[in-house]
Structure formats: structure tokens, C-alpha cells
Design a binder for this molecule. Structure first.
Ligand SMILES: *Cc1c(COP(=O)(O)O)cnc(C)c1O
Length: 348
């Protein structure tokens, strides 16, 4: 069932809210037995919530479907957002779906190729800014205050409402919340949204427990961990290349109320985790997504027998192929003969 319909009674939906959908949500929760084994964990279950399976390839679709439905309800004609890529792709797709124009501001040269292609093909007006994401966000805030553009960044409260449904789905599958939830942190909306979802299900008596929220920022873009804004954030994980998160305080509250942590992982740890998720489990996520699993590797010692651990893989790896091809060697080229192929693969 479509997301807004399925979780209607937990969402800010009225009789005037259109049931917009591209069949977002209902993403797979995949048991990662090979990673469990690799980490030599006994009786600890690790699950990957693969949000790359959403219509535009990231979790942003959960929040966007809600934000766009409310924008339609309100009679908005044009959406606007700042984006490191995935918000732009999602805003452009859902705006197209309901016949609205979308405008997206992106940091020049710092967005994965696949995401840019998505925003363009869905028909967004795309503007590159000579500045980072944080500057883009400041500008769209000002534009949405002074012009009839509907802001669909996660400052829009409907975004987080939609995104919390990922936590609902996890509890619906496991019958409880996990003991730990690992998640990348960029603008810090998603960690906030998951905590909203888990606490709501707990209050409703649907989940008997609450998880510890384990958030991970890239070492070069870790304002929450450092306790100060980062002027020039840098990381290979462009989706979390953010120096002044919009949901900073809310994320800190989620961390503290849940008894979790927000910590850093290095770019090397991120790329290593991305490769292992692919080569051990057959799941290709983008670099930012792998920060969650890099966090599991870093915190492997804290798990106890019987623990259930969930990591969100926020987006699809196909969005950012360049990062892979930069770090691996091109495949060898040989003459078209059986012998040469066997030799090339080390079979003889
Ligand atoms: C947006 C995004 C993030 C960061 O989520 P926040 O809500 O900004 O913390 C992480 N990974 C991917 C793939 C994203 O698109």
C-alpha cells in the first residue's frame, strides 16, 4: 500500500490532502549475515534498511511525498530547495508528479552525477551556486520567505513527518524497535525523523522498546561532534557534506534521549564500508549511506548477545559511480580468446 495511505493515522493528513504517490517506502530490511560473520559477532542480528529502493533512489522520497501532498493541499505552484543532490532529485520528481514547477539550488561541482541527471530530467530549474550547501540553504530560506516558493527542505516539518515512516516499517517487520539504530547524519533531519517515529510507536504501545540512536558524520564535516559550525566541510560522501545542520538541536536531543552517540567516521572508513556492503552482501549504496555501517564497524565492541542492530542505507550507489571508478583500477583488456580470459582472471 502507498505510504500516505498506509500510515495515514500517524501523519498530518486531512480530507483535503491528496494521496500523492510514486510507491515510495516499503523498502527492504535485509539481514546482513555475512557482515555479522565478518565482524565475528555471535548471536547479534544486523539488518540493513535499504532506502536506495525508493522511487528516486533515496529516503528523501518519504518526506517529499508528504511535503508535496501538503503543498498541493495549500495550493502552492512552485517548490524550492537547496540540495546536496538527493533532495533535488526527489523534489523534482514529486513536483513533476503533481504538475508543479521545482527550483533547486546545488553547490557547484559538489553533487554526484546521477543526482544532477535526475533533477534535470524531471524538469527542475537547476541553479548551481558558487558556494557550499549551507549557503544554498540560506538563499532558499530567504527566497521562500519573500516569494511564492514552497520550501521543501527538511525545515519543512512535513518532510520529517514523512521520513519517520521508515522507523514504523522497521518495527512493523521486527515486531519491536532494534537495540541500536545506526544512521548517517548530514543536515540531521533523518536521525530526528527516525526518533520521532520510534517514540511515536512506543507511545502508541506498538513498540515495546526504544533504540539507541547512533549517528555518524564524516570526519571533515562533523559540526555536531565538534560542537561548532564547520565553514568548509569536506568529505567524499557529498550527501553529508554539511557544516551547519538545520536539525542540529533536534538531533542532539534524539541522541541524548535515546542514550546513543553521534560520532565521526573517516572517508577511508566510509569507502571501505561501502565496498564491504557491496562485496559481502550484494547491496550497492552511496558513500554517505555507508557511514552508518562504518559506524557499526567502529562500535562493534558494544554489542551483546541477542542485540538487534539496524543500519539505514540512505541512498543507491548508482547515483555516484564516479567515486567508485576513481578508487578502483579499470578492468583489464585482453585479446578475445578463452586462454587470455582465463589468464586475466587468474584461473591458470
Ligand atoms: C540527505 C542524505 C543524508 C543525510 O540525511 P540528513 O537528514 O540530512 O541528516 C544521508 N545520506 C543520503 C544518501 C542522503 O541523501
Amino acid at each position: 500500500m502507498m505510504l500516505l495511505e498506509r500510515y495515514k493515522k500517524f501523519l498530518p493528513i486531512t480530507e483535503n490532502t491528496p494521496m500523492v504517490t510514486l510507491h515510495e517506502g516499503n523498502t527492504p530490511l535485509i539481514r546482513a549475515r555475512n557482515i555479522e560473520e565478518y565482524l565475528e559477532l555471535k548471536d547479534v542480528q544486523i539488518y540493513l534498511k535499504f532506502e536506495g529502493m525508493n522511487p528516486t533512489g533515496s529516503f528523501k522520497d518519504r518526506g517529499m511525498v508528504m511535503a508535496i501532498a501538503k503543498a498541493v493541499e495549500k495550493g502552492a505552484k512552485c517548490t524550492i530547495c537547496a540540495s546536496t543532490g538527493n533532495t533535488a532529485a526527489s523534489a523534482a520528481a514529486y513536483s513533476a508528479r503533481v504538475g508543479m514547477q521545482s527550483v533547486v539550488l546545488i553547490p557547484e561541482g559538489k553533487i554526484a552525477l546521477g543526482k544532477l541527471a535526475q533533477a534535470v530530467i524531471y524538469g527542475a530549474k537547476v541553479v548551481q551556486i558558487k558556494g557550499n550547501f549551507d549557503r544554498c540553504l540560506e538563499i532558499v530560506k530567504e527566497l521562500s520567505e519573500n516569494y511564492p516558493f514552497e520550501l521543501v527542505n527538511s525545515l519543512n516539518p512535513f518532510r520529517l513527518e514523512g521520513q519517520k515512516t521508515a522507523a514504523f516499517e522497521i518495527v512493523d517487520v521486527l515486531g519491536r524497535a532494534p537495540d541500536y539504530h545506526f544512521i548517517p547524519v548530514g543536515n540531521a533531519g533523518n536521525i530526528t525523523a527516525y526518533w520521532m517515529g520510534y517514540t511515536q510507536y512506543h507511545r502508541e504501545g506498538i513498540s515495546p522498546n526504544l533504540p539507541k540512536m547512533m549517528g555518524f558524520q564524516a570526519e571533515g564535516a562533523a559540526p555536531i561532534v565538534r560542537g561548532r559550525k564547520i565553514e568548509n566541510p569536506e568529505t567524499v560522501a557529498t550527501a553529508i557534506r554539511i557544516g551547519n545542520p538545520a536539525s542540529w538541536e533536534k538531533a542532539v536531543r534524539a541522541r541524548d534521549e535515546s542514550g546513543g552517540v553521534i560520532d565521526t567516521v573517516t572517508d577511508e572508513e566510509i569507502l571501505n564500508a561501502q565496498r564491504l556492503i557491496a562485496s559481502l552482501e550484494g547491496i550497492f549504496c552511496e558513500p554517505a549511506s555507508a557511514a552508518s555501517v562504518a559506524g557499526i564497524f567502529k562500535y562493534r565492541k558494544i554489542f551483546r548477545r541477542g542485540d538487534i542492530v539496524v543500519a539505514t542505507l540512505t541512498g543507491h550507489g548508482l547515483k555516484d559511480p564516479n567515486v567508485i571508478l576513481k578508487s578502483v583500477k579499470e578492468p583489464v583488456v585482453v585479446e578475445p580468446s578463452v586462454d587470455d580470459v582465463l589468464e586475466a582472471i587468474g584461473w591458470k
